[in-house]
Design a binder for this molecule. Structure first.
Ligand SMILES: [Zn+2]
Length: 280
């Protein structure tokens, strides 16, 4: 009997907590549930391979995307600029390099987001270029496990940055590398304060995304940004979110179903991710 009353003493505060949770209910409860289900899940809209082959139709809305993460990268219907998701805000770095906040009704053909929780941090200073940055962040990835996903945010000062965006495409859509060869815009910044948002995918993801790192940048006052082509880091703090779950959503449209998504488009992806104007 004694043990039962002891247990009841534990149960009653729990019941009170439940009652409180029910009272506050609504949004707070929804948010807690989302965080529980999604915090360690990387959510992906379509494939980088479908985007690369020219499938630029939006699959979900910006409003829906925000239900799956508060940090990430991607693009918009018609490849209308580069997406940076940070602190729950979806930013759109459009063709002139400036940032707009898209409405929730805007749609998304490709993106990766997660609810960011810091698992590890790393101080970065005097990192010469993209290769050196990747080497530095790979130190953490290799220590924690290179077969998981990582979202990283790197806040600080960047000695030099080259970022790109692109003009919105109209139908019929061309393959991404072909469209970018004509419609890519590039911007160089020096001593820029801001944030890199980066995604690491393990090597086995090379048929669904790109293996390794993919970075987007947004400046501190959230007015300029884009897909990072080159970077040198002066002084920054990197925060890593190790993510061991994966969820993908696909289009049910006929056009998407007819695509050959097993086709090897690695070279086209490499060109689309890394090429600068006048260079293949
Ligand atoms: Zn990008």
């Amino acid at each position: 009997m004694k043990s039962i009353s002891k247990n009841m003493k534990r149960v009653i505060p729990l019941l009170m907590l439940c009652a409180l949770a029910l009272t506050f209910g609504g949004l707070a409860e929804d948010h807690a549930l989302q965080n529980m289900t999604n915090a360690d899940t990387l959510y992906q809209v379509a494939l980088l391979q479908s985007l690369t082959q020219g499938y630029y139709d939006g699959i979900i809305s910006v409003g829906e995307l925000k239900q799956h993460g508060d940090t990430g990268i991607g693009t918009f219907e018609g490849v209308n600029g580069e997406m940076i998701v940070l602190d729950g805000v979806v930013y759109q770095a459009v063709a002139d390099g400036s940032i707009v906040i898209p409405p929730d009704e805007e749609t998304v053909p490709f993106s990766n987001v997660t609810f960011f929780e810091t698992d590890e941090t790393l101080h970065l200073s005097d990192i010469a270029d993209m290769a050196a940055l990747q080497e530095a962040v790979n130190g953490v990835v290799n220590a924690l496990g290179s077969n998981c996903f990582y979202m990283v945010r790197i806040d600080g000062t960047f000695a030099a940055l080259k970022v790109r965006s692109e003009y919105k495409q109209e139908k019929p859509y061309r393959a991404l590398d072909v469209a970018l060869a004509e419609d890519q815009t590039e911007f160089d910044y020096e001593d820029a304060r801001g944030t890199l948002v980066g995604l690491y995918c393990p090597p086995y993801m090379s048929s669904l995304n790109t293996a390794g790192w993919h970075f987007h940048f947004i400046n501190e006052d959230r007015t300029r940004g884009g897909h990072v082509l080159q970077v040198s880091v002066k002084d920054a703090e990197a925060a890593f979110d190790l993510t061991n779950g994966f969820e993908m959503t696909l289009s049910r449209e006929d056009e998407f179903q007819k695509m050959d998504l097993a086709k090897d488009v690695d070279e086209a992806i490499h060109r689309a991710e890394t090429a600068t104007n006048g260079q293949d």
